[in-house]
Ligand binder design. Sequence first.
Ligand code: T4K
Length: 394
Amino acid sequence: MGETSPAFAEPLPVGQLYFPSRKKFRQAFEGIFKRRFFTNHGPLVTKLDQEVAGYLGVRHAVCVTNGTVALMAACKALDLSGSVIVPSFTFPATVQALVWAGLEPIFCDIDYNTHCINYKQVLPLIRNDTSAILGVHVWGRPCDTDSLDRLSGKTGVKIFYDACHAFGVSHKQKKIGNFGELEIFSFHATKILSSAEGGCITTNNDELASRLRTIRNFHSAYTEAVSPLRINGKMTEAQAALALISLDQHQAHVVNNKKQWLRYVQRLDNLPGLRIVKFNDRETQNYQYFVCQINENEFGISRDQLLQVLQAENIQARRYFYPAVHRLEPFASRFRDLMLPETEKLCREVIQLPLGGRCSLSAVDKVSKTICRARYHSAKLKKYFSHKSLLISQ
Ligand code: T4K
């Protein structure tokens, strides 16, 4: 506070944003140009399907254009109908994909401690027409898969997972990608495994995998199974080339992420009013996100006010997820009276800080210092914000 230039000369983004080296990029693309084979299940996509499956220790990985298409294809492969239970505390694509697949979302509250849905919240929402539960492993912290499996066994309702945050993460000493009927991943540039845009569906069920491979391509030449509806979900060779480099670098990216993540913990743990979202250190993590919750009373200013302070310093922290999906159109008008108290509370508190390829340890130090100073000057800032809002209301 009081300084004239922001902490960062250029905006510091959130998201993994790991770029391959120019050399690797050129090598990978040279092959594509030599073969003159750009898409339709070329050698690189075939290799990626195999390498992702191998890395996750799952029988099948079906790579597609993006995570949203992966979800849409998953719904069709599972032959879902009627309604699907889904958290509102997720990226809108999770729910939009259900609607594109002709399904009705039933919004479920999350467990405030884990940020994921659980058995207790899901059970009362199951209706006669409910065909599935779509859990989201938020921040890479897995849903309680055991209790959801038991629920599935008792009710016949299928379970599948949006694992977009959890590539490379283990759960019960097994890689995510092996749970439920199937799991889906996003390979967007902001994710740890990146093909710029891309995604994948993993399953241990051979029949389901044949259906998924059939759905991914609208062309009858690629038919492995009878499927109700197909789509163009083909990943291009260019996307696969990027993803293969990214997979090769995965461990190095996790190590870099972890260093930055631990540095934040070192700088911010025990700051009153700020609670860090932590991981189970007995399992493998990808440290894709550094997320914390701001308690306004203890921190002195609200999460949104802290966000403004950070933005003024060119720190593009984000309030993932905000607003909750049931507060966004096309759902908001239909679900106006729906109360999801844990979700709403979390949506007011959560803040994601920069971490990944565009970040560094010194950047983490600067971001942390800005947050500590905001906490220290919170009384002054609070006055500033209330004065500001007074002026706006006049
Ligand atoms: N389920 C979940 C739980 C998800 O999180 C997502 C996607 C999905 C499903 C759907 O998967 P996909 O269909 O997307 O594969 C981003 C991503 O677009 C999205 O993939 C991701 N989740 C979501 C959480 O984040 P935005 O709108 O926040 O991205 P954007 O453009 O604001 O970028 C973030 C920051 O990174 C900005 O500061 C700009 C910077 N940036 C971004 C890109 C793409 C760069 O510096 N370079 C870049 O190339 O959605």
